[in-house]
Design a protein around this ligand. Structure first.
Ligand code: FAD
Length: 383
């Protein structure tokens, strides 16, 4: 069990691990092939509190903190990173944005449904021309004074959970002349006229987690759908991403843990030259490195989550944890494939999927290059 976990965190980890082994493990391959998993799984996780980990109890959530959210995501990712990604996007991005910026009415209206997974949430910042440079948002929201409503037009790409979302929290330009200071946030419910799901991405990995385009065509929403202050959307989105990076770090740690366990099992089971391959020094070196890097990444994620939980500055720690954990997660998955030899390259063993899934973590919620940019900016600003 993990260093520094409280009794309660150990219990949460155990509960999630048991759930993942029983309810997810048997279906991982089928869901990857089907590019989907049942809504029912999300409802079951909602009943256990996994979908509203940081939502205060007064809104129907579990009322835990960043450490517990990281624990839930890590344990899910150890078994199926796609499910972990769906849970991370719901908790960390959609719900996370509402927790930061929504007013009391919006919280009362949306959080109880999201915390129990009666509703599933998506979050859209990225657009075709606005990826790492998210301030380049082209989606427009224009205030219709006569009818007191916002009219939205545009498209958000790469929305995790977008196909099944009951509500999406989306960023749109409200004052184009002001650049990043002219972006605002809106929540849009499924079924709102002019709001539809567009193209579904056919991905390398994380295939069971849906990633879709969300299209807005003269989509009218009342003033009450503006989340946070007008023109504060970009600032709030950056705060959401700082927090979300801890989740992607935890997801990466879960992948590295899953890869190490699979590699350990296989290296003891597989014999060549009349010996288990675990007896060869080259294999032992790989296992040792995977294990040491995994521990370092987990400590970095734990530190970032702890700083956040204590209300201390955590931006640099979150970026460092995401950068390091995602890169060692990828390396661990690759080494696990290598240790499996040809069997690592086929779908009979879990490492082939972990390898495909791991790559997303060096890209989503800020690429590795962007994390280095954030870290170096903060370093230089402190001189
Ligand atoms: C499976 C999946 C799920 C996702 N889920 C969501 C979601 O739910 N919501 C959402 O809003 N987005 C989501 N995304 C989008 C994701 O956050 C973006 O893909 C990511 O931020 C990178 O943007 P981009 O793809 O446009 O790449 P680009 O920004 O075009 O980057 C291309 C390359 O250029 C590099 N680069 C760009 N700018 C710089 C720079 N200044 N310095 C150095 N290098 C640079 C990048 O690091 C990268 O290597 C998801 C993406 C995927 C693949």
């Amino acid at each position: 069990m993990e260093f520094g976990r409280t009794e309660e965190q150990r219990l949460i980890a155990e509960t999630v691990r048991e759930f993942a082994e029983a309810e997810i493990r048997p279906h991982v391959r089928a869901w990857d092939e089907q590019q989907s998993f049942p809504d029912e799984l999300l409802r079951k996780m909602g009943a256990l509190g996994f979908m509203g980990v940081m939502v205060p109890e007064q809104y129907g959530g579990a009322g835990f903190g960043a450490r517990e959210l990281a624990t839930v995501i890590e344990e899910l990712a150890r078994v199926d990173p796609s499910v972990a990604l769906a849970v991370a996007a719901h908790n960390g991005l959609c719900v996370g944005h509402l927790l930061i910026a929504a007013n009391e009415d919006q919280k009362r209206r949306l959080l109880p449904k999201l915390a129990t997974a009666e509703w599933i949430g998506a979050w859209g910042l990225t657009e075709p021309l606005a990826g790492s440079d998210a301030a380049g948002t082209q989606t427009r929201a224009v205030w219709d004074e006569g009818r007191s409503r916002w009219i939205l037009n545009g498209a958000k790409t790469f929305n995790t959970n977008g196909a099944r979302a009951d509500v999406a929290v989306l960023m749109a330009m409200t004052d184009p002349d002001k650049g990043s200071k002219g972006i605002s946030t809106f929540f849009i419910e499924r079924g709102t006229p002019g709001f539809r799901v567009g193209r579904k991405e056919d991905k390398l990995g994380m295939r069971a987690s849906d990633t879709v385009e969300l299209v807005l065509e003269d989509c009218a929403v009342p003033a009450g759908n503006l989340v946070g202050e007008r023109n504060q959307g970009f600032v709030d989105a950056l705060k959401v991403l700082d927090r979300g990076r801890i989740s992607i770090g935890a997801l990466s740690v879960g992948i590295a843990q899953g890869a190490l366990e699979a590699a350990l099992d296989y290296s003891c089971e597989r014999h060549q030259f009349k010996k288990p391959i675990a007896s060869f020094e080259a294999i032992r070196n790989k296992l040792a490195r995977m294990s040491a890097e995994l521990r370092a990444a987990r400590l970095m994620v734990t530190q970032a989550a702890t700083l956040r939980q204590l209300g201390m500055p955590f931006k640099k720690s979150a970026s460092m944890a995401k950068l390091y954990a995602s890169e060692i997660g990828m390396r661990a998955a690759e080494e696990a494939v290598q240790i499996h030899g040809g069997y690592g390259y086929v779908k009979d063993y879990p490492v082939e999927k972990l390898f495909r899934d791991a790559k997303l973590c060096t890209i989503g919620e800020g690429t590795s290059e962007i994390q280095r940019l954030v870290i170096s900016r903060l370093l230089l600003a402190s001189i």
